[in-house]
Design a binder for this molecule. Structure first.
Ligand code: FES
Ligand code: ZN
Length: 312
């Protein structure tokens, strides 16, 4: 098998691009994908300071590694969710990687910030999917921290497979509002809201896996034990089934949506009137933001929970 670019011995085969690459040419391919995503979707400039959310998983670890290697000014932020062994392992990987490479890193302990760990929240509010509450908390804290520390942009490691699965979920439930907004760059709608970007939106999980192996980047392979029943995993499996039958399906679905399909879902929207939350002062369309409402609810349930369990 010969490399499509340089004709040396190829290491990897990318079916959807109908290409084979040696290690060096794969690097060129990878970096072109990311750099053109950053430029094409106006994510950030070389001078901007970027906050990167790192969970310890393969996507965020590779994004952190790539952006540092490419010379961007990056600070990583990791949330310790308090999910026992899983959180300890993720934190250890992230801290060790930062220490070995002298990369700046901030650790935010969710329990310290909001008074409860993620499993404690799940116990108090068992009827709501934990992943959506956890996502809300992480997004809020990430934005809050980025705003407070004067970052204008934060980046996450979402890849093409993640976005295609989200898109499938949005289509299956005809979530027109989400279909109108799903994008690799979400500009800031308010001075206290930081721009969010996904520089890996054109790269598949498989391609990120190759990058991580080529660079020997450590990462946590196991899934979060609380998200085992997340719908997005089913959507990914369904898309992988189709991809296997016809390579390029996920690419066509997600990137085709951005190029061609999304315009049909764009809604004429009245200007968004964002006020400030009466509790925390962060932007919201309601009197109290969804983060503060969730925390209030957890505290209410905490009192009931303690009564029920005799104060334990
Ligand atoms: Fe948030 Fe698992 S990472 S629930
Ligand atoms: Zn609030």
């Amino acid at each position: 098998m010969k490399c499509t670019r340089c004709k040396k011995e190829a290491l990897v085969k990318l079916k959807r691009h109908n290409a084979k690459f040696c290690g060096d040419c794969f690097e060129v391919f990878f970096s072109r994908q990311v750099e053109s995503a950053i430029k094409r979707k106006n994510m950030f400039s070389e001078e901007e300071k970027v906050l990167v959310g790192v969970s310890g998983g393969k996507d965020s670890m590779s994004l952190w590694h790539y952006l540092k290697k490419a010379g961007y000014e990056v600070v990583a932020i990791h949330f310790d969710l308090g999910i026992e062994e899983h959180s300890q392992k993720s934190r250890q990987i992230v801290e060790e990687f930062a220490r070995q490479n002298s990369f700046p890193l901030e650790i935010i302990e969710v329990k310290k910030e909001v008074g409860f760990s993620i499993p404690e929240i799940k116990k108090r509010i068992p009827y709501r999917p934990i992943c959506s509450m956890c996502g809300l908390i992480k997004r809020y804290l990430l934005n809050f921290w980025a705003f407070r520390e004067h970052f204008s942009v934060y980046a996450t490691g979402h890849n093409l497979d993640d976005e295609a699965a989200t898109l499938l979920g949005n289509v299956l439930h005809w979530q027109i509002d989400y279909l109108s907004h799903q994008h690799p760059t979400l500009p800031s709608p308010h001075p206290k809201m930081v721009k969010k970007v996904k520089p890996f939106y054109t790269l598949t999980e498989e391609e990120i896996m190759i990058y991580i192996r080529l660079h020997n980047i450590p990462f946590l392979e196991e899934r979060c034990p609380l998200s085992r029943r997340a719908k997005s995993w089913d959507y990914k499996e369904a898309l992988n089934f189709l991809e296997e039958k016809s390579p390029g399906t996920k690419h066509m679905f997600w990137l085709g949506f951005l190029e061609t399909g999304q315009k049909y879902f764009r809604q004429e929207e009245p200007p968004l009137h964002l006020g400030e939350c009466s509790i925390c002062g962060m932007p919201t369309t309601q009197e109290v933001c969804s983060f503060c409402r969730l925390i209030q609810k957890v505290k209410e349930r905490e009192e009931k929970y303690l009564d029920y369990n005799g104060g334990k």
